[in-house]
Design a binder for this molecule. Structure first.
Ligand code: BT5
Length: 266
């Protein structure tokens, strides 16, 4: 993704704030790390970092986001929402809705959100969101929203890059049967993110929880919950509570709240 992409994104961008300043790199360790440093130096809300490749792309809980150059979108956006630190998890839900909507508008028919931060198509992962927050007292000083979208990876590239979990991974081009313009996708995604961020600010938490749940692929699904790689228990996914925590109904009827972890469908 050459740096002329920034000019192209600027030409296509329909936002008021997000992405008005974009820092582009051919390669970084992690766009989230780069943007976090800019944020600590006082970068303004909406400042974004895009890279063609990441050498240490981050997932949650110390995991890796496989980030080869030439194919995908690795985007981080700085938000200064002025909310309580605990409210900032809402931004993961906001970002997941934005990715979902962006993919739909790109022509993908059946995306689904998987708790807490994955976007799947046919149970294969096409995108992931990693939000990182800098606290200031009991407030969030800022939140870095990192979004990775598999855009133009062919099946051969996915197999080469993703190794053992290639069968659980897909891309936009694999689903549409054609490549898409990464600059346009980036501009569209920034637009969606701004729209849903504004929705959060104007309509509040209940609206976001409702919109997220409508796009969630897990309601009433039987799932296995694991925390830090340990298989913990099975149950039926019931929904999320007001903190965005997943509610699982166990066999004995008890409801367990999952704050952080992974689920797989069974
Ligand atoms: C995520 O973590 O899904 C968050 C991914 C966020 C990536 C973006 S890229 C821009 C910004 N800068 C960063 O450094 N990060 C963000 P998690 O739920 O923990 O999922 C990680 C798991 O997804 C891995 O353990 C793999 O199983 C799988 N995975 C890794 N790379 C993948 C890829 N490119 N496509 C699909 N699945 C992948």
């Amino acid at each position: 993704m050459p740096s002329s992409i920034i000019r192209k994104i600027n030409g296509l961008l329909k936002t008021e704030h997000l992405g008005k300043v974009i820092h582009y790199f051919d390669e970084v360790e992690s766009t989230n790390t780069t943007l976090f440093e800019l944020a600590l130096k006082g970068a303004s809300e909406g400042t974004s970092v895009i890279a063609d490749a990441q050498t240490q792309g981050k997932g949650r809980l110390g995991r890796t986001w496989v980030s080869p150059g030439g194919h995908n979108l690795y985007l981080s956006v700085l938000l200064r929402p002025g909310v309580g630190a605990s409210e900032s998890t809402l931004l993961t839900l906001v970002s997941s809705i934005a990715v979902y909507e962006c993919l739909k508008k790109t022509g993908i028919q059946y995306p689904a959100i998987k708790w807490p931060n994955d976007i799947l198509i046919d149970k294969k992962k096409i995108a992931g969101v990693l939000t990182e927050m800098e606290p200031k007292g009991d407030r969030a000083d800022f939140v870095v929203v990192g979004i990775g979208v598999n855009v133009n990876m062919s099946r051969a590239v996915i197999n080469r890059e993703m190794g053992d979990f290639a069968r659980h991974v897909t891309s936009v081009s694999e689903n549409l049967g054609k490549e898409v313009d990464r600059a346009k996708l980036a501009a569209d995604l920034l637009r969606e993110l701004e729209e849903w961020y504004n929705t959060m600010k104007m309509r509040g938490k209940p609206a976001i929880l409702k919109e997220w749940t409508q796009r969630w692929g897990g309601l009433n699904e039987k799932v296995r919950v694991s925390i830090e790689g340990l298989e913990v228990f099975e149950g039926i996914a019931q929904g999320i509570d007001e903190n965005g925590h997943l509610l699982i109904k166990r066999e004995n009827g008890e409801i367990t709240e999952v704050i952080s972890g992974d689920i797989s469908f069974i």
